[in-house]
Design a protein around this ligand. Structure first.
Ligand SMILES: Nc1ncnc2c1ncn2[C@@H]1O[C@H](COP(=O)(O)OP(=O)(O)O)[C@@H](O)[C@H]1O
Ligand SMILES: [Mg+2]
Length: 233
């Protein structure tokens, strides 16, 4: 955010807002301190920093999988501190997540893996079959719909995982080193997929320590180091 008009609130409600957030694991030292930042609707940003800097921890904080030891976290304009389990589940459903190791279910086909978030919502297959097939074609897996994950290549697995993360139209897509297990040319293709999803309206936070990959896109960088965050606009 620019500091020109410090009194006036932004014209949009941030998707994510952290204020002086700190986090520790158990009784250990704080691994992240004084994190203050926000993520705007429809924005694209990288989250970077060396291994162990806290990228995954920051993503877990946003996913509500780790609790801050201090500070305020708001998601979609709601302070998460006082919310019930049901309300937290509702917020989580507005986010999609992609991990480095894909995390597809081995006994389900590509189609079934991608459809899973819709099934969990209680929707009937007839109501989503076309939607899932269209998204699979869009990510280039139109001819792999009935394949099991075991026979997919790394790039195909990650495209399936990205499709699963976005099938329920999340407002925020979190990706934790999504290109860590694929070769550089596939990594660039996956990155273009994230950029395209962002153009369609999803906010994207993509964690990576791959500088060459970040150089492909002119985007804001949230940089973690020594437990703190600085932002390269
Ligand atoms: N479950 C955990 N329990 C204790 N310490 C952890 C746990 N997960 C991560 N850490 C520590 O928190 C710090 C940040 O880790 P992490 O968020 O995984 O960094 P990154 O994703 O940038 O590699 C590291 O010092 C790591 O050892
Ligand atoms: Mg990590």
């Amino acid at each position: 955010m620019k500091a020109d008009h410090p009194q006036s609130p932004p014209p949009w409600r941030p998707v994510v807002q952290f204020e002086s957030v700190g986090v520790r694991y158990g009784t250990g030292p704080e691994v992240l301190r004084d994190l203050t930042f926000s993520i705007a609707p429809r924005s694209f940003q990288f989250l970077t920093g060396p291994s162990g800097a806290g990228k995954s921890t920051l993503i877990r904080l946003i996913l509500l999988a780790v609790r801050p030891s201090r500070g305020l976290i708001s998601l979609f304009g709601e302070d998460v501190a006082g919310l019930s389990g049901e309300a937290l589940t509702r917020l989580r459903r507005r986010m999609g997540i992609v991990f480095q190791d894909f995390r597809l279910l081995g006994h389900l086909t590509t189609f079934e893996n991608v459809a899973l978030p819709l099934r969990v919502q209680g929707r009937e297959e007839a109501s989503y079959r076309g939607e899932v097939a269209e998204l699979l074609r869009w990510v280039g897996l139109g001819d792999r719909m009935h394949a099991l994950p075991a026979v997919l290549s790394g790039g195909e697995k990650q495209r399936a995982a990205i499709a699963r993360a976005v099938i329920a139209r999340p407002e925020l897509l979190l990706a934790d080193e999504p290109t860590g297990n694929v070769d550089p040319s596939l990594a660039r293709r996956l990155l273009r997929l994230f950029v395209e999803l962002n153009r369609l309206g999803t906010s994207v936070l993509l964690a990576t320590h791959d500088l060459a990959l970040m150089d492909q896109v002119d985007a804001r960088r949230l940089v973690l180091g020594d437990g703190r965050l600085h932002i390269d606009e």
